[in-house]
Design a protein around this ligand. Structure first.
Ligand SMILES: *Cc1c(COP(=O)(O)O)cnc(C)c1O
Length: 386
């Protein structure tokens, strides 16, 4: 069964009918504890923080999809990142991308910096930028690709080589790409992280995080942290995530098709300045994206001509099918304003250095009919003066 194709794994990977009655979907084991016949004698589960069968089924599915060996599910994406950072000690150093997800940036700089972890946020498009910051204390390289919201693509195989040379743990936030588009462990990463809130869950109905690793010692330490710190997800959410995973490949295919149509439409529009979508030949990292990803994903960002902030806000207010909301990766199309929403916790000067200007709009292109999506953008653009 190791050789299952991805589109089969989303449905069957790591999954078996439930042991009790053969139910095809794992039951929602809504329980905090499990009966023991004698102290320490039980059927594999004792207390639901340490392990729950529904969560366990999800963790196996996640490991299978990322071509890993061990999966861990958490109460949110940030809880999963928090667990990874707890591998570190005061004085340890981390190198990461500059245009990080705002919440990750906040966790790094407002929580873990106070515990003595040192973060270097660099432009990772040049390998030499990373090497310049490596010291004997560098313990972790943390990468997002595509990045949020400018959709830069980072060469994972190249960074894996550098990380291996210096024996640094290499972690990839694979939230935007999903394992449908890229499998970082196969490219040499040690750890993959997800906000399963987004594409993995896929229906905007849960908040969840995930980690997948190959190495057993690393997995053991992370399971220890998961249990010791306690940021697990509940069984109901684990069930919903498993249900979502089963259509990941079908949803992603449509997300990518619709995003292509939307990006190409926006790219020729006179009221629009720049379009960020890795599938466009004009995208700075298009060649890396072509080599590293199966397709180019469902996220599209763009800026209004003249960095016109008022016009960007008006456009967001006018959209009817695209819902103005935080988050991404669900079946429904969403639009957001990174500067005031997802990236508001990053200081303005730092934000703008990363290209996140006030007239930038980020779209999470859903799986509706593409002509309806484009008509919605058309009417909203028609309403603005630039
Ligand atoms: C949403 C998100 C997170 C944080 O995940 P939560 O589930 O919201 O805690 C981390 N990284 C990326 C890229 C995200 O989009």
């Amino acid at each position: 069964m190791k050789r299952m194709k991805f589109n089969t794994k989303t449905i069957h990977g790591g999954q078996e009918p439930d042991a009790a009655y053969g139910s095809v979907m794992p039951p929602i084991y809504q329980t905090s504890t499990f009966a023991q016949s004698s102290p320490g004698v039980h059927k594999g589960f004792e207390y639901a923080r340490s392990g729950n069968p529904t969560r366990h089924a999800l963790e196996k599915a996640l490991a299978s999809l990322e071509n890993g060996t061990f999966g861990l599910a958490f109460g949110s994406g940030l809880a999963a990142i928090d667990a990874v950072l707890k591998l570190l000690k005061p004085g340890d150093e981390v190198i990461s991308t500059r245009d990080l997800y705002g919440g990750t940036y906040r966790l790094f700089t407002k929580i873990f910096e106070d515990f003595g972890i040192v973060f270097h946020l660099v432009d990772m498009n040049e390998a030499s930028n990373i090497e310049a910051f490596i010291t004997p204390k560098t313990r972790l390289i943390w990468v997002e690709t595509p990045t949020n919201p400018t959709l830069n693509i980072i060469d994972l195989a190249l960074i894996a080589t550098i990380a291996k040379q210096h024996k640094i743990l290499f972690a990839v936030d694979n939230t935007f790409a999903t394992p449908y588009l890229q499998q970082p462990l196969d490219l040499g990463a040690d750890l993959v992280m997800h906000s399963a809130t987004k594409y993995l869950g896929g229906h905007s109905d849960l908040v969840m995080g995930a980690l997948v690793v190959k190495d057993e010692a690393l997995a053991k330490r992370l399971y220890f942290i998961q249990n010791a710190s306690g940021a697990i997800c509940g069984p109901q959410d684990a069930f919903l995530a498993l249900r979502g995973l089963k259509t990941l490949h079908v949803r992603m295919q449509r997300h990518c098709e619709n995003a292509k149509a939307v990006a190409e439409y926006l790219n020729q529009h006179l009221k629009i300045d720049k379009v960020y979508w890795p599938g466009l030949e004009s995208h700075a990292n298009h060649e890396i994206a072509k080599g590293q990803m199966k397709d180019f994903g469902g996220m599209v960002s763009f800026t209004i001509k003249g960095n016109n902030y008022e016009a960007a806000i008006k456009m967001l207010e006018q959209l009817k099918i695209f819902t103005l909301a935080e988050s991404l990766g669900g079946v429904e199309s969403l639009a957001g304003h990174p500067a005031s929403m997802t990236h508001a916790s990053i200081p303005k000067a730092e934000r703008e250095r990363a290209g996140i200007v006030d007239a930038m709009i980020r779209l999470s292109v859903g799986i509706e009919d593409e002509t309806d999506l484009i008509a919605d953008l058309e009417q909203a653009l028609h309403s603005i003066a630039v």
